[in-house]
Design a protein around this ligand. Structure first.
Ligand SMILES: Cc1cc2nc3c(=O)[nH]c(=O)nc-3n(C[C@H](O)[C@H](O)[C@H](O)COP(=O)(O)OP(=O)(O)OC[C@H]3O[C@@H](n4cnc5c(N)ncnc54)[C@H](O)[C@@H]3O)c2cc1C
Length: 297
């Protein structure tokens, strides 16, 4: 493979690497994604609950996330090509976030939403009960592990209500969404190589100039992008840049479980994304009237 075959090498083909390939390919860049797994989105993306929410702790992060809602809603148009495996589906059921002492009743989030013009509803405790009758407004803080004798015991206080964000929901199959992006990028000339691990970064003149693969093959490009997910810190180490970084990455174990919804409530169709900092848990509807529950990091 000759030098300058590619304008950018993208390490990783998760949802981020595949989206980046599409974005660059649409701008005319010749990109190569290299991923050690067999297909796009097989890394942490495939284990994701794929919740799409507009509220983050910074204005920029929230604005970016809010904008993404509109791309997900018009996914077929955004992807713009057929995928032999079909298209991922976005369920825009909205997100309900409980106001807790821990999140200071979401005052900071509400201010960000006002700044970026993202709609939300301020719900009283009764509004929350009407929207999600399976939810209790009792407070259980601080979050405890199941083996704690006080697990599941209310602390006597009640939660103050919630904010509801209509521009949110979840993607039913994030691995498929990555594949959709791969196909769209390929239609613009992007190249993907799977089952190919990067083992070193070529450095020249104080910057990355290519990658070395486990086979020993070297591929050069003027731009190398590290979107290797939870293990991206290993790539940063290969490049010798980790020490100077203000924000570092590390792999974390993240628990998610899948349980039936309480009898008598159609959570799959009447539920929404739910986030409760009081017990450090979030959940979303899952098919078969199930609930996908995750722990906050
Ligand atoms: C259980 C769980 C639930 C989550 N829920 C949500 C959620 O509801 N909403 C949300 O927004 N986010 C959620 N996330 C986070 C979300 O999944 C990630 O932020 C996102 O998938 C990251 O995508 P990525 O492309 O950066 O990483 P990944 O999907 O991990 O892709 C990185 C790729 O890099 C490849 N790679 C790594 N090292 C090398 C190497 N040396 N050589 C070649 N390839 C390499 C890997 O094989 C992998 O395919 C969740 C994560 C988990 C684990």
């Amino acid at each position: 493979m000759a030098t300058r075959d590619f304008d950018a090498i993208i390490i990783g083909a998760g949802i981020i690497g595949a989206a980046l390939a599409l974005g660059l390919a649409r701008k005319g860049w010749r990109t190569l994604n290299v991923d050690r797994l067999p297909a796009a989105g097989y890394g942490s993306t495939s284990g994701s609950c794929a919740i799409i929410r507009p509220y983050y702790s910074t204005v920029d992060g929230s604005a970016l996330a809010y904008e993404s809602h509109f791309y997900w809603k018009a996914w077929a148009d955004f992807v713009g090509v057929a995928d032999e495996r079909g298209l991922a589906r976005y369920v825009d059921c909205g997100c309900l976030v409980m106001k807790t002492e821990g999140n200071r009743h979401l005052a900071h989030i509400a201010a960000i939403m006002d700044e970026i013009g993202c709609p939300y509803e301020d719900l009283s405790p009764d509004d929350v009960r009407a929207r999600l009758p399976i939810v209790t407004l009792d407070s259980f803080a601080p979050p405890k592990r199941p083996e704690d004798p006080d697990f599941g015991r209310p602390n006597g206080r009640t939660l103050a209500g919630a904010l509801f964000f209509p521009t949110g929901g979840y993607v039913t199959d994030p691995q498929l969404a990555s594949h959709n992006l791969q196909r769209a990028a390929e239609a613009k000339g992007a190249v993907f190589r799977f089952r190919t691990a990067v083992t070193d970064i070529v450095k020249e003149g104080g910057r990355a100039a290519g990658v070395v693969l486990e086979s020993g093959e070297m591929i050069r490009a003027p731009v190398v992008v590290n979107v290797a997910g939870p293990h991206s810190f290993k790539i940063n180490r290969m490049a010798g840049v980790e020490a100077g970084m203000k924000i570092r990455t590390r792999a974390l174990r993240h628990e998610v479980c899948h349980v039936p919804a309480p009898g008598g409530f159609d959570f799959e169709h009447r539920g929404c994304v739910y986030s409760d900092n009081d017990i450090a848990v979030y959940m979303r509807p899952e098919h078969g009237n199930h609930i996908l529950i995750g722990s906050e990091d």
